[in-house]
Design a protein around this ligand. Structure first.
Ligand code: F6R
Length: 610
């Protein structure tokens, strides 16, 4: 949430800042701003709304200078407006901030009593005043910032520009992510790696409590006690092109179509032809050389990642016979959970920066559980807080609605299921080999699913004016139904709900009326007949039924109003295939409606506040 960028070097800072903010806009987009030191003083430009508004504003008068900071906002305190937009500026101090200051009301009262005048409703402006107050006691800006930080409670990633020290950026973090980028005679700081990719792929993640002073020639970091820290550089394999649209109308569509390649990358090197041996990094160390040392698994995640966790519960329990619970990270923290050193906690997060997932993971560690992260972002906070990480290798996901991350998470979780089943010796060699063979076919099968895009678009067009959608499924497909409903509501702003089909008659069927689209996921399975009966029930009440099932299923053709036929695979892998038509369905409905698909209202990609 909120994107931060800072630059110092020989380039025009404004260009780097605007370019970086474009790449970070998925983190928040209700206002944006930059501040540049131009040799005479500080120039601050801010605008309400998307970054394009700021660009239009500075088009004729571009701040000139070689050091600056920028911010794209997702409002927490104070409405989206120009005066609440960052950077915030008081006297010689300018600040951009991501996070939430929890004791902000108290601090604000105290500062007002001291005579400070607030120009915005944000918690961030507190920093500017606190630093200025400290500067009355010490002339050293670094000390003043450090002292100011001691007074705040909550989460922050901040970058400070100080007009009297025009060759340095001051950077600190607690709870919210910040990454340092190393260039030649130039350096960078940003909330997330995509902002840095056109300039450098050598990065280092700032840890909680660390403080960095960034100049064009150096990046000096100290820990919370003021001791120097040597940061280990990480080389990022993604390139800038991977984070661009590549001819697609939206990032979301591009990311949906990337899924066959993504799954190929996710499984690459992890399974070998004709072998039951899996190579999952970090697992032998975490599980031991043989066997499975845990009594239970507890999965922690939010949103789409939580849905991947729900699918994994079915797999872990049914294929590997491991008792599994799945928790919304935001609830887990306050539930006094029953976990201990015999629990394997699996924290799933695309970004690795979701505040609730991080906090729940910390709690799990306090309770002595071992933590395995399933994550897409190399070196992110979650991976650093975990005992081991299985990366999803999905590449940068920019569209706010998660698509390829979901499919890659499920793929990793399926591999992990086979690893557990194999270690517990409860799956025969033949079965393991069959399942691995089917995994290997996934990229090709996903290609075949994507060929249905035009047909799905036509079905979407028929439903575009509906204001309620139901998604129904049973068993393994139930979380996919929830995910289908989530995709639709978040990008097209219509009401959509997912239900376990057997629950319909316990209440939700009252929602069904003439023409209400009901998307039913019906792969061949032991509950096939049952869900067909549910289809009959909603049809009898006037629903427009869209069935997603196996290609050539004549019964579906007969019973449903529209059918999306997908390739045959083993039942356990169907969630990975069946998720994709629902992504396309949501995408086309949103696109027909003309909503902002990549940056839907009220959302942000990385939820770094609790
Ligand atoms: C929905 C979506 C969110 C995220 C959730 C968790 O499309 O993207 O529901 O899945 O905010 O984010 P991560 O996986 O980064 O922890």
């Amino acid at each position: 949430m909120c994107g931060i960028i800072g630059y110092i070097g020989n380039r025009e800072a404004t260009d780097v800042l605007i370019d970086g903010l474009k790449r970070l806009e998925y983190r928040g987009y209700d206002s944006a701003g930059i501040a540049v030191l131009n040799g005479h003083g500080i120039e601050v430009e801010r605008a309400e709304g998307k970054l394009s508004h700021l660009e239009a504003k500075i088009h004729k008068h571009k701040p000139k200078g070689h050091i600056g900071i920028g911010h794209t906002r997702w409002a927490t305190h104070g409405v989206p407006s120009e005066r609440n937009a960052h950077p915030h500026h008081v006297e010689d101090v300018v600040v951009v901030h991501n996070g939430i200051i929890e004791n902000y009301s108290q601090l604000r009262k105290e500062l007002i009593q001291k005579g400070c005048h607030f120009k915005s409703e944000t918690d961030t402006e507190i920093f500017c005043h606190l630093i200025n107050e400290e500067l009355k006691k010490t002339k050293e800006i670094q000390k003043a910032i450090a002292n100011a930080l001691k007074k705040v409670r909550g989460a922050y990633a901040i970058v400070v520009l100080y007009a009297k020290e025009p060759h340095k950026l001051y950077v600190a973090k607690l709870g919210s992510p910040l990454v340092l980028g190393f260039g030649k005679k130039e350096n960078f700081v940003a909330s997330d790696v995509p902002a840095l990719l056109p300039y450098t792929r050598e990065v280092a993640y700032l840890e909680d409590g660390e403080f960095a002073v960034v100049s064009d020639g150096s990046l000096n970091v100290v820990d919370s006690h003021g001791h120097p820290v040597t940061k280990k550089k990480t080389h990022i394999a993604w390139d800038a092109l991977m984070a661009e649209k590549g001819g697609y109308k939206h990032f979301m569509l591009k990311e949906i179509f990337e899924q066959p390649r993504v799954v190929e990358q996710t499984i690459m090197g992890r399974i070998q032809l004709g072998s039951t041996q899996l190579t999952l990094e970090g697992i032998p160390k975490l599980f031991g050389a043989t066997g499975f040392p845990f009594k239970q698994v507890a999965i922690l995640a939010c949103g789409t990642s939580w849905h991947a966790g729900m699918v994994a519960k079915y797999w872990f329990e049914q294929l590997a016979r491991v008792p599994t619970t799945v928790h919304l990270a935001s609830e887990f923290r306050y539930a006094n959970p029953l976990i201990d050193s015999k629990t394997l906690v699996i924290s799933i997060s695309q970004s690795g920066e979701t505040a609730d997932t991080l906090a729940a993971t910390q709690l799990a560690k306090q309770k002595k559980a071992k933590v395995l992260a399933i994550c897409n972002v190399l070196g992110s906070s979650l991976t650093r807080a975990s005992n081991a990480t299985l990366y999803t290798h999905a590449g940068p996901e920019i569209g706010v609605a998660s698509t390829k991350a979901f499919v890659s998470q499920m793929t990793v979780l399926y591999l992990l299921t086979l690893e557990m089943a194999s270690r517990k010796k409860i799956m025969s060699k033949e079965e393991l080999l069959t399942k691995m063979e089917e995994i290997r076919k996934l990229p090709q099968n996903l290609e075949t699913v994507l060929q249905k895009a035009d047909a799905i678009k036509k079905i979407a067009k028929e439903c575009v004016n509906a204001s309620h959608f139901l998604f129904i499924a049973r068993g393994l497909q139930y979380p996919v139904a929830l995910e289908g409903a989530l995709k639709l509501k978040e990008i097209s702003y219509v009401h959509a709900e997912g239900f376990a089909a057997g629950e319909l008659k316990h209440g939700p069927i009252a929602l069904v009326d003439k023409g209400v689209p009901v998307v039913a996921l019906i792969p061949p399975s032991e509950t096939y007949e049952k869900i067909l009966s549910n289809v009959e029930e909603v049809k009898a009440r006037g629903a427009f039924v869209i069935a997603v099932g196996e290609k050539g299923d004549e019964e579906l053709e007969e019973k449903a109003d529209a059918v999306i036929g997908l390739p045959k695979t083993v039942y356990s892998l169907t969630p990975i295939l069946y998720a994709v038509p629902l992504q396309l369905f949501a995408y086309y409905i949103a696109d027909f409606k003309g909503t902002d698909v990549d940056q839907p209202r009220n959302l942000a990609k990385s939820v770094t506040v609790e």
